[in-house]
Ligand binder design. Sequence first.
Ligand SMILES: NC(=O)c1ccc[n+]([C@@H]2O[C@H](COP(=O)([O-])OP(=O)(O)OC[C@H]3O[C@@H](n4cnc5c(N)ncnc54)[C@H](O)[C@@H]3O)[C@@H](O)[C@H]2O)c1
Ligand SMILES: O=c1ccn([C@@H]2O[C@H](COP(=O)(O)OP(=O)(O)O[C@H]3O[C@H](CO)[C@@H](O)[C@H](O)[C@H]3O)[C@@H](O)[C@H]2O)c(=O)[nH]1
Length: 328
Amino acid sequence: MAILVTGGSGYIGSHTVMELLEQGEEVIVADNLRTGHQAAVAGGTFYHGDLRDRAFLQQVFKQHQIEAVIHFAANSLVGESVQIPLDYYENNLIGSHTLVSVMLEHGVKKIVFSSTAATYGEPNRVPIYEDDPTAPTSPYGETKLAMERMFHWCDQAYGLKSISLRYFNAAGAHLSGKIGEDHQPESHLIPIILQVALGQREHIAIFGDDYPTEDGTCVRDYIHVMDLAKAHWLALEHLRKQNQSNIFNLGNGKGFSVKQVIEEARRITGHPIPAQIHPRRAGDPAVLIASAEKARRELGWTPQYSDLETIIKSAWSWHQAHPNGFQS
Ligand SMILES: NC(=O)c1ccc[n+]([C@@H]2O[C@H](COP(=O)([O-])OP(=O)(O)OC[C@H]3O[C@@H](n4cnc5c(N)ncnc54)[C@H](O)[C@@H]3O)[C@@H](O)[C@H]2O)c1
Ligand SMILES: O=c1ccn([C@@H]2O[C@H](COP(=O)(O)OP(=O)(O)O[C@H]3O[C@H](CO)[C@@H](O)[C@H](O)[C@H]3O)[C@@H](O)[C@H]2O)c(=O)[nH]1
């Protein structure tokens, strides 16, 4: 039986497809290529289509015996979601609703879901545990939390078993050098810093230096995309064995400020990477750091590549070899 990966041509999805193929899984990818790249999909069967298109999804479920779904497809930018909230409600909620209803129609009752640290909002304490309060500070976080709740109620009503993985900040590139991060336009911190080192931008804009943190810039928990990919396979195995719904944080347990990330990138690239202070970006919490103890304990997950040096070095190799992403 096959695993359907929605959003499998995106950044985290494509790394997870590679992991699944290495584990010997049969993989089907469904993606509308809005932010993804077909060239990033290492194998399996690819379908170009939109999750909100019920007829499209029904075709995919008719063509293949699908055992479980790993659901990445979404709009996923914190700052953008504050500017265009309706797009987020539309794509994230309607897409997930259509997906789940077609899954149930075909008797598919296992889903691994890309949730996020953005469900917590501004945390009361760090590290953040899974049962800490959730109070999103962005429409993006709200939609992801709403989907987690939808999965919860679908478990009660229809026996849908879900594992929601609340990842912190995905970063880095595959160590094979074959795939990496390519968003057009790019909005994520590490690839933008590296675009400055490549001479594609003049400077990095630091969004706010008046946060209540040591150096005034936002602190995030960066987790290597290959470690995230492995966690998806472990979550799938967990669903197969335990058949129980659950929620796990995926992070490294260490926080780095925007200024610290820039400093590490200067060291690795040898480029001065000029920085300018800009106003805060709406929707950004000051500090997000995970406790991933539960994932370590219950999924048997051990991040292997998530020290900041490996993250930035792997991203730097990818960006140097692919200065124009998958178009290079
Ligand atoms: N990047 C991060 O740091 C991070 C952290 C936490 C959670 N997440 C979540 O992980 C998931 C993947 O993130 P990413 O950074 O790889 O993003 P991405 O934009 O690279 O990947 C998303 C993929 O989904 C596809 N897609 C979007 N809407 C679709 C639709 N309606 N139908 C079909 N395909 C659709 C896009 O074309 C793209 O390939 C998202 O759900 C995001 O919210 C990301
Ligand atoms: O040019 C830039 C870009 C980002 N930042 C800052 O860098 C930090 C990280 O930003 P970014 O890389 O855009 O990631 P986040 O906004 O933290 O969001 C990512 O991480 C979240 C989980 O924490 C996920 O839910 C989102 O999908 C994913 O985009 C934030 O404090 C930003 O304000 C800058 O200062 N300058």
